[in-house]
Ligand binder design. Structure first.
Ligand SMILES: [Zn+2]
Length: 368
């Protein structure tokens, strides 16, 4: 499993040689290992010349060592430096390959930001079940807490339907026990969150129990609650996992919407932002792009100067900068992505956004 330490290692990795970074979707529910191997070979083809040792190392690994159990894999190779890292992930990822002067970690950073380090709690009057949801994997905490509190099954509530509405004293006693149980559950949850480095909290249960739980949770953790949902205490693994993934996806879409809006607003003001292919390519060429934003799957042909590499959507006869001849290129978007990354900018692929589609499917936030 990918950890923060792994990520830190990749981020701080430096070499005098370029690093080949590959992300390969390998979802076993969608295709077979043979299909993915073929796809990988196609991706590697363009790099056989520039990084032969790396493409060979990757092919060798995938052919002989990889077990194809994950839904995607991330590979980082710098064979000249004897550096090879591979991560099998429980979430699908888009296919991508990059040869840059350092590992291309952005997709992993995004994955951790969106799907990493969730604490999931199911709560009722007797106690709580705790889960750690990390990069598509869900683990239930088998601690003393759930047991100990759940054993305190005392009168009242649904436990003794025949006696419901009995003596007020008994009801009050049951309420006291429930309050104590929930208090104990929050205490245990807080220490679990801390131990697991949890950064976001999801809470399931009845509305009343969830509200009580949040109310008793220490303030630092209250501020990290990003979703609540109704769920039975006896919910199965898949039910909890599906809910956690759904909440994470919703948060991701919200972030994407915010980013697209920021680009469009900045472009409308004519400062610090551009939209549409030609303006965006212009900004890319000028090295102004801080964050390139593209609709997923967007491809467009374009024109490139054979001298200075100037990219444009217009069919010019010669380069306005250096007068060299212009050639047609099949995928101007991919060229733009590479240029932005090598200039130290970032690239965000937006999964679904009608606003960005209307704005020409591409845009950017600029540095200045
Ligand atoms: Zn030129």
């Amino acid at each position: 499993m990918l950890t923060e330490q792994d990520l830190q290692e990749l981020i701080s990795y430096q070499s005098n040689y370029p690093v080949l970074s590959i992300f390969l979707n390998a979802d076993p529910s969608v295709g077979s290992a043979d299909v993915y191997k073929l796809r990988l070979r196609q991706m590697l083809k363009d790099y056989n010349q520039d990084a032969p040792e790396d493409t060979e190392a990757v092919e060798r690994f995938v052919e002989h060592e990889y077990d194809w159990s994950g839904r995607s894999l991330a590979i980082f190779s710098c064979a000249k430096d004897d550096f090879f890292r591979i991560f099998s992930l429980a979430l699908p990822m888009r296919d991508r390959i990059r040869l840059l002067n350092r590992p291309y970690v952005k997709p992993l950073v995004d994955l951790l930001n969106n799907y990493g380090n969730y604490g999931v709690v199911l709560v009722d009057k007797q106690g709580a079940r705790l889960f750690h949801f990390h990069l598509g994997q869900l683990q239930e905490q088998k601690g003393t807490m759930g047991e100990a509190v759940r054993h305190t099954k005392l009168g009242g509530g649904s436990q003794t339907p025949g006696r419901r509405g009995g003596a007020t004293g008994q009801t009050r006693y049951a309420e006291e026990v429930a309050a104590r149980n929930i208090k104990e559950a929050t205490r245990f949850a807080a220490s679990f969150f801390k131990q697991k480095n949890v950064r976001r909290v999801l809470i399931g249960g009845t509305e009343a129990n969830v509200a009580r739980f949040i109310n008793l949770l220490p303030k630092t953790w209250q501020s990290l609650v990003m979703g609540t949902f109704p769920m039975e205490m006896t919910a199965g693994y898949i039910q909890v996992l599906d809910k956690a993934i759904a909440v994470a996806q919703k948060a991701k879409r919200k972030n994407e919407t915010r980013l697209v809006n920021a680009v469009i607003t900045a472009a409308a003001k004519g400062r610090e932002g551009v939209i549409r292919l030609d303006d965006t390519l212009g900004a890319v060429h000028a090295g102004q792009v801080q964050k390139l934003v593209i609709c997923e799957g967007y491809r467009a042909a374009g024109y490139r100067c054979q001298g200075c590499g100037y990219l444009t959507a217009q069919a010019l006869e010669k380069c306005p900068f250096c007068s060299n001849p212009i050639e047609i290129i099949e995928d101007a978007i991919e060229m733009a992505v590479r240029k932005v990354l090598s200039d130290g900018g970032e690239v965000e692929v937006i999964h679904e956004s009608r606003e960005l589609e209307k704005a020409g499917r591409i845009g950017a936030l600029l540095r200045y």
